[in-house]
Design a protein around this ligand. Sequence first.
Ligand code: PLP
Length: 370
Amino acid sequence: MSKFRLPLREDLIGQDPYGAPQDRVVARLNVNENPFAPSQELRQALAAAVMESSAEINRYPDRDAEQLRGALSNYIVREAGITVAWEQIWVANGSNEVMSHVMSAFGGPGRVALTFAPTYSMYPDYARDSFTNLITIERTADFTIDVGGACEAIVANRPSLVLVASPNNPTGTETPLDALRALAECAEHNNALLVVDEAYAEFRRDKESTAIRLLHQFPNIIVTRTMSKAFGFAGARVGYCLASSPAIINALMLVRLPYHLSAITQAVAIAALSMTGELANQVEILRSERDALVQDLLDLNIQVVPSDANFILFGQFPSRHDVWQALLDRGVLIRETGPEGWLRVSIGTPEENKLFIESMRNIMNLNPIL
Ligand SMILES: *Cc1c(COP(=O)(O)O)cnc(C)c1O
């Protein structure tokens, strides 16, 4: 018998990898994807892009993805009405990779990142992997951020990074622009970057409130976005960020792996960005489905957190696991996440949402004390 013991890092022993279930049930409402499959026309454009870019697949891709960053700059003008130069944009395999670049470049041993819980479950992992000390401030009872308290925490803890997901996952809560402005100012005075994770930006009710507006007013802003959610491109793995200055982007380039973004990924992303017509319609459907579903849950006497995203946090159940399981038994997979007693459901197609709400009605009728 070999005495070999895996020399795993001490801090990784006993940890579990990220893993939401990927079960093939009728309604998969657990990871906030866009539920609409791409059109035939879009798929043909993607196939053509793969065909073309594969002509040089023997070569390494453009390390700096300049053309794609240009296409993202154009998209932001169309989506948010704000001009951001391509030199202020960075792109990687999902905004998760962008965020890991941010943590590697600006976090690190002896450094502090500050965030506001409950929030995205991956932040502790990015912090662990970059040896950054993550300090978590609790949100208020309605899941908003107490800006005064946040600024005191910034002064006391001297973070290099302040992370705010807005709209927040898993609560759906948006942080208003005034609050972000106050946080940006406090962070600037304390030499910290304010990172606003806008994975769900396109779903917000007030479209004007994006932190992209702050890029030109403050030197210390990074806004991360993704093509995985509203854009319906989760399988392609494309995320990006917009920053106050090219200097921030140059810092991220120091820590990226060589040729991190494949030529195929760059090509299909550019193709998809040139065909955003069908998207706007889907996002509108999802937004109005969300608002209708909020009302349906309220009608069942269930508490709902106001949502600016494509999911809803609802509760509070004495045994949320029983509700989660009862839904799964009816072919609906949602997410058991967030504070104790709450559950999160992603907005699906109208048919999926109907199955979800009818199942909930049925479950509550059968067992009102759940
Ligand atoms: C889904 C999500 C992301 C992005 O994921 P990618 O697919 O890696 O772009 C980022 N932040 C939050 C809060 C999310 O919920």
